[in-house]
Ligand binder design. Structure first.
Ligand code: ABF
Length: 255
């Protein structure tokens, strides 16, 4: 997507890392070590700066080994990561059955493992990959873990919206109680809104924190019911939430 994206160290040898980057790397490496195998099959690769370390670890484990694993990217960024790592890519539409395991980042994760995703502008293909995966794993630094969604991630729920539907969707979001929903700017902002890989816009819809799993369910269902919302960034048990999340932090990796 043409959205502002946080920088990652790039596809070069990593020599020194900030503590947040070290936490992301620790979570990603632990998740890959626990759930990746070179067996024939398909592996989903999500988006974001933590997934960079997922691909980095898979690349390390794959050196000198022949493999029939097909890697399914969720957008432009993960395609580039996979290409740079020399891993074999397969488009989601070409995957005949289930994906064995998918790894992805998140913007916030609650105690039930419901997630907010889409802060980097990717959520539709990520959700499609997640629902087609036997095992879905989230990797993040521990600042992403919270007791209630929208406590630490204050930008609101990201929604992928069909451009012509934007005024209607914004008014429906206000009626649902969203305070100041708005179309996300692209990067640079002066060139207009953030356009997703699918040609849609991203709307960020702030709501009060979702303190119970009932509140998560209710909001997810209401958002899904708005005509013109292609998909929303709540990953919950009704569509897909991760089986497991790996959080890196000063004390090591919590899972
Ligand atoms: C994507 O990247 C998004 O769904 C999520 O918003 C974001 C997480 O990125 P990072 O790992 O850079 O925090 O997966």
């Amino acid at each position: 997507p043409s959205c502002p994206r946080r920088a990652h160290p790039g596809a070069r040898e990593i020599t020194s890392l900030s503590s947040v980057e070290a936490s992301k790397r620790a979570a990603a490496y632990a998740a890959v070590d626990a759930h990746f195998s070179n067996a024939p099959g398909y592996v989903g690769i999500g988006s974001g700066s933590t997934v960079f370390y997922v691909v980095d670890r898979i690349r390390q484990l794959s050196v000198g080994r022949t493999s029939n694993t097909g890697f399914v990217p969720t957008g432009h960024q993960s395609r580039e990561l996979l290409r740079n790592a020399g891993l074999r890519m397969v488009r989601l539409e070409d995957v005949p059955g289930m994906i064995s395991v998918a790894f992805d980042g998140a913007d916030e994760v609650d105690g039930w493992l419901n997630c907010v995703k889409g802060g980097g502008g990717c959520l539709l293909l990520e959700k499609l990959v997640a629902i087609r995966s036997k095992v879905f794993i989230v990797v993040a630094d521990q600042t992403k873990l919270s007791h209630a969604l929208l406590t630490s991630y204050r930008h609101g729920i990201p929604l992928e919206v069909f451009p012509s539907a934007v005024p209607y969707v914004l008014s429906e979001l206000r009626s649902l109680g969203s305070t100041d929903p708005r179309v996300r700017d692209g990067a640079p902002a002066k060139l207009g809104p953030c356009v997703t890989d699918n040609g849609n816009f991203i709307v960020d819809a702030p709501f009060p924190p979702l303190a119970t799993s009932g509140a998560v369910v209710e909001l997810a269902e209401s958002l899904k019911g708005i005509v013109g919302v292609v998909e929303h960034g709540i990953f919950w048990r009704g569509d897909r939430r991760p089986e497991k999340a790996f959080f890196g932090g000063a004390g090591g990796v919590v899972r």
